[in-house]
Design a protein around this ligand. Structure first.
Ligand code: CMP
Length: 218
């Protein structure tokens, strides 16, 4: 149980809770494992659970009418998703699929709402994250309307690069992403992304290590 509480403490949404509250939440969360490529849920269905990512990575996507996928966001360890349908009683606003093997903690609507009512700090953290997501969506709209693909790619890589690189302290690394995933995030074709990444590498701004992208800290 102690390991479970320690693991929960690393999740930003729960970081302000006391040991007692964490123990109570640990009893409410349902451990769920999903392999790489699994669909957690599809856009447009009803939803009764929200999820916290214990380990792994998921993509939040929307489909165009002709079947093209736009990735809205990539979420990883400590992030949460699936809260919107629980809060506004609408259908799922997007699909969520795993990009690697994942361990998720599922929380039912009833337990989630009760938790928010009892813990204003959790509610505040949730509002902070939702505000950050809205801010990012506003930026994406601006980018799609007014920015060229190379500028959008640079901004996206900067935003996603959060991991320190011990061998190159002046750089930050993104999570692993294929060229197709990057193209779907930026809102362009895979061919264009491959060309833009080459230009950014030639310019000396970007270092590519397999499917990770290293960008300067400032
Ligand atoms: P819900 O609508 O229940 O199901 C889809 C989930 O994807 C949604 O809740 C959010 O948790 C998440 N989501 C939707 N849009 C975004 C976005 N722009 N950025 C990050 N996550 C999102």
């Amino acid at each position: 149980m102690n390991d479970r509480i320690e693991a929960l403490r690393c999740i930003p949404l729960f970081q302000t809770l006391s040991d007692g509250d964490l123990a109570e939440i640990a009893g409410l969360l349902i451990d769920r494992k999903f392999p790489k490529g699994a669909t957690i849920f599809e856009e447009g269905v009803s939803g009764d659970y929200m999820y916290v990512i214990s380990s792994g990575q998921v993509k939040v996507t929307k489909m165009s009418d002709d079947g093209r996928e736009k990735i809205l966001e990539i979420l990883a360890d400590g992030d949460f998703f699936g809260e919107m349908a629980l809060l506004d009683h609408e259908m799922r606003s997007a699909s969520v699929k795993t990009t690697v093997d994942c361990v998720l903690q599922a929380l039912s609507r009833q337990d989630f709402i009760a938790l928010l009512r009892r813990n204003p700090d959790i509610a505040m953290e949730l509002i902070r994250v939702l505000s950050a997501r809205l801010r990012e969506t506003d930026e994406q709209i601006r980018g799609l309307l007014f920015e060229r693909v190379d500028g959008r790619t640079r901004r996206l890589l900067r935003r996603m690069a959060r991991d320190d690189v011990p061998s190159q302290p002046e750089y930050l690394a993104t999570p692993t992403m294929t060229h197709q995933q990057l193209a779907d995030l930026v809102g362009t074709s895979r061919e264009t992304i491959t060309r833009v990444l080459k230009d950014l590498r030639d310019e000396g701004w970007l270092i590519q290590k397999g499917k990770k992208y290293l960008v300067p800290k400032d």
